[in-house]
Design a protein around this ligand. Structure first.
Ligand SMILES: Cc1cc2nc3c(=O)[nH]c(=O)nc-3n(C[C@H](O)[C@H](O)[C@H](O)COP(=O)(O)OP(=O)(O)OC[C@H]3O[C@@H](n4cnc5c(N)ncnc54)[C@H](O)[C@@H]3O)c2cc1C
Length: 508
């Protein structure tokens, strides 16, 4: 076997997976067909539960510091309405204005620090597998070669060929809606009037703001006195676009012509991006030794959630794959990757599909739906609930014993912890991505059980105000797999802990 794990694709998902695998003691090989990091603009920011996870890894400050713009007020589009958290002291949903190129640079740097082997300019041209290995054909700068691995993860994006080679179906819907966003300078011949309207000689006036025509929606906005404008079009089209093929000025102008029926001269383009919407989810996230993560596994019909979902896939998968490779995985552990992340993907699909219904209609009934929905969101409880849904922080993975404690399956809350060494927190305990048994009640009976797993579980004692449990068993992805209720007697807590430790982390 040449390597343990091959990751196909060095996008955000592949890079995150590579770093997490390194933390878990595995040396992956990343194969990326592009010779250098791409500069096609994609996401304008990163939001949701992945920010918590980055904080739990001690990385959030670095991502925060890299933002070139101030963090905007917590207000997020949801279909045709808004989730407005500006009145809440602790919003359930956050986002950083971190453009994807910058995000990929940071993830790339992190992978470099962890000594990940990334081969750029190496395209995977064929994948096959048998019971023992995955075999990969690669076209590299020095010609074709073959390599074998114990597992392969397709982080190769929306048009994943790995998915096809593994024979995994990708059912769902492709929406005809094509959105184009641009920031361009206008030539001197076009005058931006005081009210923001554009005077285009020979064509007429284009109104500032949004204009709906029989062919779609056009929008224009500008800062006073500036020849730089933001343009936006939405049309229904039958063409299927590849997001990795950059949009051009000519494509933008053609779209403006179709929507408005007039020509708009354009100077320099400062930003051009196009996005389309699909609602598709891989039938299975695992087929034998091949797994899928990120856009290869799911495409959602609303913006702002895909990076969150893909990077969280990576975090969920890495430690399970590592356990399997280290020969410590209990039976079925790797399959919980599909069970848990397919469920999380389906939940993201649920609310993004709801967003399609909210934004697409333009009749009185659709307006009424938006109005009723917005009215509901004026109340704190539904607003918080929607925020958690969009962030993906409301996920409780179904697990054995989840009826025994409300925290089992949930993301570990960031408790403040008092220890003999001083103040710490749950977030700090999982920096190293190792499982932790957190004893909040000096339970010697539980410590005794955990001793047999001390090669792979960190045992920590601490005190916390208003403790939610006597002890918490926390996975590397910060989800809780077992909890001892406060004052739970040793004769039930100790055997249950033993079962959870074996069930999640293998025999001692
Ligand atoms: C205009 C636009 C705006 C967006 N805005 C947002 C947003 O605001 N928020 C958000 O969360 N998401 C947004 N997205 C979606 C986001 O960009 C994707 O979800 C994200 O890039 C997916 O990451 P990934 O690593 O799974 O796949 P990708 O980023 O697609 O990476 C896949 C990688 O695999 C490589 N690859 C493919 N095939 C092979 C092969 N055979 N061999 C080797 N390498 C291969 C590709 O070159 C690529 O580098 C936006 C997308 C677009 C297009």
């Amino acid at each position: 076997m040449d390597v343990d794990v091959i990751i196909v694709g060095a996008g955000p998902t592949g890079l995150m997976l590579a770093a997490e695998l390194r933390l878990a003691g595995v040396r992956p090989l990343v194969l990326e067909r592009q010779p250098k990091r791409r500069d096609t603009p994609k996401a304008g920011g990163l939001g949701g539960q992945i920010l918590e996870l980055l904080r739990y890894r001690g990385l959030l400050e670095r991502f925060d510091a890299a933002c070139t713009e101030p963090v905007p007020a917590p207000r997020f589009p949801f279909g045709g309405v808004h989730l407005d958290f500006t009145q809440l002291a602790d919003p359930p949903l956050h986002a950083l204005p971190l453009p994807q190129q910058l995000l990929e640079r940071l993830l790339d740097e992190r992978a470099g620090e962890l000594d990940v082997d990334i081969r750029r300019g190496h395209e995977v041209t064929r994948v096959s597998q048998d019971d023992a290995a995955v075999s990969v054909e690669v076209r590299g700068p020095d010609g074709p070669y073959r390599i074998t691995a114990r597992y392969l993860v397709g982080c190769d994006g929306a048009r994943s060929r790995v998915r096809d080679w593994a024979g995994i179906g990708f059912p769902g819907t492709t929406y005809p809606e094509v959105n184009r966003l641009a920031q361009v300078s206008l030539p001197e011949t076009v005058t931006v009037l005081g009210n923001g309207d554009l005077d285009v000689p020979g064509s007429g006036t284009i109104r500032a703001g949004f204009t709906r025509t029989g062919h779609g929606l056009f929008g224009v906005g500008s800062a006073p006195g500036s020849q730089v404008v933001s343009l936006y079009t939405i049309e229904d089209e039958s063409t299927e676009y590849d997001d990795d093929v950059p949009m051009t000025v000519a494509e933008l102008q053609d779209s403006v012509r179709r929507v408005l029926g007039m020509d708009l001269p354009v100077g320099e383009a400062l930003r051009l991006s196009r996005f389309t919407f699909k609602a598709r989810q891989a039938e299975r996230y695992r087929q034998g030794r091949i797994l899928l993560a990120g856009d290869a596994a799911h495409l959602f019909p609303a913006t702002g959630v895909a990076l969150n979902a893909g990077m969280l896939d990576a975090v969920n998968l890495a430690w399970k794959l590592a356990a399997d490779l280290h020969g410590r995985a209990p039976a079925g552990l790797l399959d919980t990757y599909h069970d848990e992340r397919h469920l999380a993907g389906a939940r993201t699909m649920l609310h993004t599909r709801a967003q399609v219904a909210l934004r697409r209609g333009h009749d009185a009934a659709a307006e009424a739906l938006r109005e009723v929905f917005q009215e509901l969101l004026a109340d704190e409880q539904p607003l918080r609930r929607m925020g958690a849904l969009v962030a993906g922080s409301d996920i409780r993975y179904p697990m054995p014993g989840s009826d025994r404690h409300v925290l089992i399956g949930a993301f570990a809350p960031d408790l403040t912890l008092h220890t003999e060494q001083g103040l710490t927190s749950v977030a700090e305990l999982v920096h190293a991505a190792r499982p932790v048994l957190l004893d909040l009640a000096e339970r010697e009976d539980l410590h005794e059980v955990a001793r047999a797993w001390e090669d792979r579980i960190d045992y920590r004692t601490a005190k916390t105000g208003d403790r939610p449990a006597d002890a918490l068993l926390i996975r590397p992805d910060a989800h809780i797999v077992w909890a001892a209720a406060t004052d739970e007697p040793a004769d039930s807590a100790a055997p249950a802990l033993r079962e959870a430790l074996s069930g999640w982390f293998g025999s001692p």
